[in-house]
Design a protein around this ligand. Structure first.
Ligand code: FAD
Ligand code: FES
Length: 259
């Protein structure tokens, strides 16, 4: 897979809600093909405290305009610093990294379950599922309506269901409590999930109980991002695997999760 390692220029950055931003970077070289689930390592060099690159799922790509975008939730120094960048600032980026989601067979039905910034890989995934004629349902969750982003984008690709903790959009409660999981018509062939680990574990458990193929995208802490430091490993049925190389996407049955 061809990789880009290059300075990019901030095209724009906007905050749909406080603490979360979408940053679009313009590349001066052609963007290589990106698969759903691939991520990038961004160098955030405004601050001496942030010397390691930070990993982010690739939200979207405009190959013609050479623009790549990311949805970032501010967690600490790196995401905070990057959120202060302005149009024209430079960000060095390496991508595409990692593996990608697998696409089920023609005519299948897929459920995409995402919480918080975990929705980031779902736009590219939804595009790929549409290309393959897979009927797609999204289940998105957050604290309240304002925390659920990109709804209009997802509606282009399928039915969108919601849960919010305060009940301001969709069903009230946690994403894992949505009534779809109790429905007699729960007939999905594939579940994809990305977000907080407890949420992914619960979704993984539901998938296992119903014998549905389920892929999760892990967001383990990373350092090098190219397989050398082993700081991102996760336990699997075949021993430790590096999330940056063998992941970030894993079949839930391959992980040694106590669920
Ligand atoms: C493959 C992959 C894809 C990702 N995609 C996205 C994305 O699309 N959007 C997004 O907002 N974030 C994403 N993340 C998470 C993102 O990389 C971290 O939030 C970011 O690196 C934190 O950097 P920071 O300097 O702001 O925080 P730091 O100052 O480094 O850390 C602040 C706090 O957050 C904790 N922390 C740091 N990294 C992580 C992590 N990966 N998971 C959980 N806790 C962490 C630290 O232990 C510390 O307590 C992804 C991570 C991976 C591995
Ligand atoms: S981050 Fe270094 S091996 Fe994965």
């Amino acid at each position: 897979m061809r990789k880009v390692i290059a300075d990019h220029v901030v095209e724009d950055i906007h905050y749909p809600v406080e603490g979360n931003y979408i940053i679009r970077l313009k590349s001066h070289v052609n963007i290589p093909p990106v698969k759903p689930g691939n991520f990038a390592q961004l160098l955030i060099n405004n601050s001496p405290d942030v010397f390691l690159r930070r990993p982010f799922s690739i939200l979207n790509v405009d190959y013609k305009k050479r623009i790549i975008s990311f949805y970032v939730k501010i967690i600490g120094k790196g995401t905070g610093q990057l959120g202060k960048y302005k149009k024209g600032d430079k960000v060095n980026a390496i991508y595409p990294l990692g593996n990608s989601f697998s696409i089920p067979g023609l005519g299948n039905k897929a459920l995409l379950v995402g919480g918080g910034s975990g929705i980031a890989p779902f736009i590219l995934l939804a595009k790929e599922l549409r290309k393959n004629n897979i009927r797609t349902t999204f289940l998105l969750g957050g604290k309240s309506k304002k925390n659920i982003l990109l709804t209009e984008e997802f509606e282009k690709y399928g039915e969108v269901l919601f849960t919010t903790e305060d009940g301001s959009l969709g069903e009230k409660g946690l994403i894992t409590d949505h009534s779809i999981f109790q429905s007699a018509h729960f007939d999905f062939d594939k579940i994809y999930t990305c977000g907080p680990e407890p949420m992914m574990k619960t979704i993984g458990k539901i998938a296992r109980q119903r014998s549905i193929n389920c892929e999760v995208s892990l967001e383990n802490k990373m350092a090098c991002g190219f397989g050398a430091c082993l700081c991102c490993v996760t336990e699997t049925v075949e021993g430790n695997k590096r999330v940056c190389m063998e992941g970030p996407v894993f079949n839930v049955n391959f992980l040694k999760w106590q669920i």
